[in-house]
Design a protein around this ligand. Structure first.
Ligand code: FE
Ligand code: FE
Length: 272
């Protein structure tokens, strides 16, 4: 864990710059209000049973193209996050949240290039998210791409609050489609889910950088969302600053984490 804090999320590193930039160009162009509603309808069918640990293994085959800090299979990032939370003696449910927070990326198993949900096209799967249905803020990474989004020339969607009421709260917004919302919805639909509310918020909003890091969307926040932000910022240091080249064996981790997973999610399959 030798990487100094200031070196993370540096989008100017030349070697990764082009691919990451291209990812965000496509994401900003294609993630419209209409697209998000279509994806929710298409992917939130809860019709595919799979055990948690099998889903973890699937992430061994995915490398996140939007992450300038990590070129390891994504499951390694999950274990690194969980182990850092564990090392700080944080609660077991939070360790579990660290372990699974990016598990929604397994959507690529039933994804497609057209939807941006495949290994080759990840713009509907990963990356910092923003609100659809209202104006894109300058706090988005690569804000020069905001103008490429067709909604930004549609008067229904290009005002600060767009289709939303002032102060309506985060839970009433539509965010760009990706792994956060997917996992949140899958777990919300899972009858045996006992992850505390803080953990579910960490899962749902961890990629919402223009809000939790950039300070945008204040006029849409409800009073409770200030608490959400504290939870997210607490979690974010484990998501971001634990990225390193240490490799863990998923099977060796199972002895410790599987009982925690069963405590909060039960023993049966999850319906993806
Ligand atoms: Fe993530
Ligand atoms: Fe992550």
């Amino acid at each position: 864990m030798a990487t100094a804090k200031k070196e993370f999320r540096n989008y100017d590193k030349l070697d990764v710059n082009a691919a990451v930039r291209e990812h965000y160009r496509k994401m900003r162009t294609n993630q419209t209000y209409d697209y998000v509603l279509r994806m929710k309808k298409k992917y939130l069918t809860f019709s595919r049973p799979m055990d948690l640990w099998d889903a973890m293994e699937k992430l061994n085959h995915l490398i996140d193209v939007s992450d300038p800090d990590l070129d390891l299979p994504n499951v390694q990032h999950l274990i690194q996050s969980a182990e850092a939370i564990r090392a700080d003696n944080r609660p077991d449910w939070m360790q579990l949240v660290g372990l699974i927070h990016d598990l929604g990326k397994m959507m690529y198993l039933w994804g497609s290039d057209e939807d941006g949900t495949s290994q080759a096209e990840q713009w509907g799967l990963v990356g910092d998210v923003f609100v659809v249905g209202c104006a894109l803020p300058d706090t988005c990474v690569y804000p020069d791409f905001n103008a490429l989004n067709a909604d930004m020339s549609d008067p229904r969607y290009n005002t600060p609050e767009g289709v939303y009421e002032k102060g309506c709260g985060l839970d009433n917004l539509e965010l760009a489609w990706g792994h956060d919302e997917y996992l949140y919805q899958v777990l919300s639909n899972h009858a045996e889910n006992r992850i505390p509310k803080e953990g579910m918020v960490m899962i749902r909003y961890h990629s919402f950088y223009p809000w939790h890091n950039g300070g945008s969307y204040e006029s849409l926040m409800s009073p409770e969302d200030y608490l959400y932000k504290e939870w997210i910022l607490d979690f974010n240091k484990y998501d971001l600053y634990t990225k390193c080249e240490q490799i863990y064996d998923l099977d060796e981790m199972k002895d410790y984490y599987l009982p925690i997973a069963e405590k909060y999610l039960g023993k049966g399959p999850i319906y993806w």
